[in-house]
Design a protein around this ligand. Sequence first.
Ligand SMILES: [Mg+2]
Length: 408
Amino acid sequence: MTDLRIADIRVTPIAFYDPPLLNNAGCHQPFALRSVIEVETEDGVIGLGESYGTEDVLAGLAAMAPSCRGLAVTDLNGLWARTATALPEAPTRLRLRVGGAVEVAMWDALGKATGQRVVDLLGGQVRASVPFSAYLFYKFAGHANEAPDDWGEVLSPEQLVEEARSMVDAYGFKAIKLKAGVLEPLAEIAGLEALRDAFPDAPLRIDPNGGWHVHTVLDLLPRLEGLVEYLEDPTKGIDGNAVIQAATDVPLATNMYVVEPSHLPPNMKHDAFRVILSDHHYWGGLKASRDLAEICRIWGLGLSMHSNSHLGISLAAMTHLAAATPNLTYDCDTHQPWQTDEVIEGGKLPIVNGAVAVPDGPGLGVTLDRAELKRLNGNFEALEYRTRDDATEMRKHWPDWQYGRPKF
Ligand SMILES: [Mg+2]
């Protein structure tokens, strides 16, 4: 019998190149911070996880990981008990992130040790590939004091359509999402309408990240209705979004205000969001995300998946999870087209016809490229920042820029 107990957990912080993508909080920095988690069993099987590489998560992992030695990789209750003990003062949000990072690696180790895919361990495959959406951003041509990247500047409707065309041609995406909350709302709606003209059949979404006032959204509703399949976090908070949801049949979606279990009851009470954009990195891993899907099914909520900047271990985990989730009602989000670095062997997972096939092989079906891990860790060590700060980055381009949520 294979020994499934954890002998060691290694956490390697990494930084990978990220283009100057814009959002309500500012501009992406030149490098995204991430971490790679390796759970090694006493038999030497290595399970992989990927999570945030910000200071709080790295400190939490450093405090919690040693306490998992001796834990069976099947013992999720033990994982959460040890997480609570190791991080007694941490908010729920951080505990879920830290425990969830290790949880994914435990599933991968279990799958690799027993010759089973994670999708099968999570309840079985209901789809062979997982559809993702084209994730469009307004962006600067290049980072401050750097040459333009291949995508170039995207600040106008024409440039936005060109960005969408490149992404759809390269990956075959069906649905299109626009990250908004950056320009004046009317300019962003004009961008969305240009996308509608260029892609008449594509389901569209817009995500201002809570950047619009309630009255602004109410004024814009006549133009948004019939244009978008859902409206993502148009304004701030459960209460504000409930006012909007009461005024429209377009479902509101969120990855900002229903992000842990305690947020679900008030959301149901106020009917703020009818679509939950799950994310295993912050809901507490794969089991918690399957539980969330079941809650959505029972309560009649739509379900899709949120994405931050990520690499291939995360995409593999997202794909296994989504392939094991019957009630996935919308195409998932991924930042993968923006990504030029990779940490798994063989390079980026292919996106074909807008979908990622469930990787073959046991566990998550991906292995670590140790040379790339070392290089990306070198990036991290050389960086002068340890937290994400989009606002400071934004002011390098637009010195007078002010953060506001809501802003417009
Ligand atoms: Mg969002």
